[in-house]
Design a protein around this ligand. Structure first.
Ligand SMILES: Cc1cc2nc3c(=O)[nH]c(=O)nc-3n(C[C@H](O)[C@H](O)[C@H](O)COP(=O)(O)O)c2cc1C
Length: 198
């Protein structure tokens, strides 16, 4: 596949939509998977994969357990960064900005759009806390199934976050490490665009 060395876009959100649509065609699994970086208030960083979801106009959302490490980081330092890497396309997108919680209705809607099994999994998991054994988890699932036959209520600890994009960088792999990088930064509500050295 041949790639253009330029990008014909002034609006990074539209460009992101286009790249995501192309990734949906090219990537064998989870084209919306992205590394999510958070940090404690003291600046200790950590990173893990999440599935980035679009909720209304918010393109950079994810859902998680607020008791997890990332949830605890965001409670004390509500900023985050996402990094998408589409290996087949040899492209990367980086997104940074403040993170805020999605409203409860949007989270309910997403929670109930998932399979019953994953709703149960989310309900019984004390994400990121120590688990004694696999059997303990399976026992929790079994008991939960027995006691919940109707609609599963979204656990209060299961929430959604939105990263309000302030910086978005598009990276295109080039030969001899001469990659193309385009950084968009938001200033007074408008996007400024820069080409960066690779
Ligand atoms: C492809 C992929 C997608 C994932 N998506 C999510 C997600 O959307 N939400 C989530 O909480 N964990 C997701 N995980 C699991 C996280 O990477 C991580 O193990 C978990 O959230 C605990 O992270 P923490 O202890 O840093 O909070 C995903 C893992 C992979 C590999």
């Amino acid at each position: 596949m041949k790639f253009s060395r330029e990008i014909d876009a002034d609006d990074p959100l539209r460009l992101f939509d286009r790249w995501m649509a192309e990734a949906q065609e090219s990537e064998p699994n989870d084209p919306n998977a992205a590394a999510l970086a958070t940090a404690t208030a003291k600046g200790r960083p950590s990173v893990r994969m999440v599935l980035a979801k679009r909720v209304g106009e918010h393109r950079f959302c994810f859902f998680t357990n607020v008791g997890s490490e990332k949830g605890r980081d965001l409670a004390e330092n509500p900023r985050a960064a996402l990094c998408f890497h589409w290996k087949t396309l040899r492209r990367q997108v980086r997104v940074e900005g403040p993170a805020s919680e999605l409203d409860a209705r949007a989270v309910d809607t997403y929670f109930h759009s998932r399979s019953r099994a994953s709703q149960i999994g989310a309900s019984v998991s004390e994400q990121s806390r120590v688990l004694g054994s696999r059997e303990e988890l399976e026992e929790r699932i079994r008991r939960f199934r027995e006691t919940h036959t109707g609609q599963i209520p979204r656990p209060e600890f299961w929430r959604g976050f939105h990263i309000h994009e302030e910086r978005i960088e598009f990276w295109i792999s080039g030969v001899d490490r001469l990659h193309d990088r385009f950084l968009f930064t938001r200033k007074d509500g408008a996007w400024e665009r820069y080409r960066l050295y690779p």
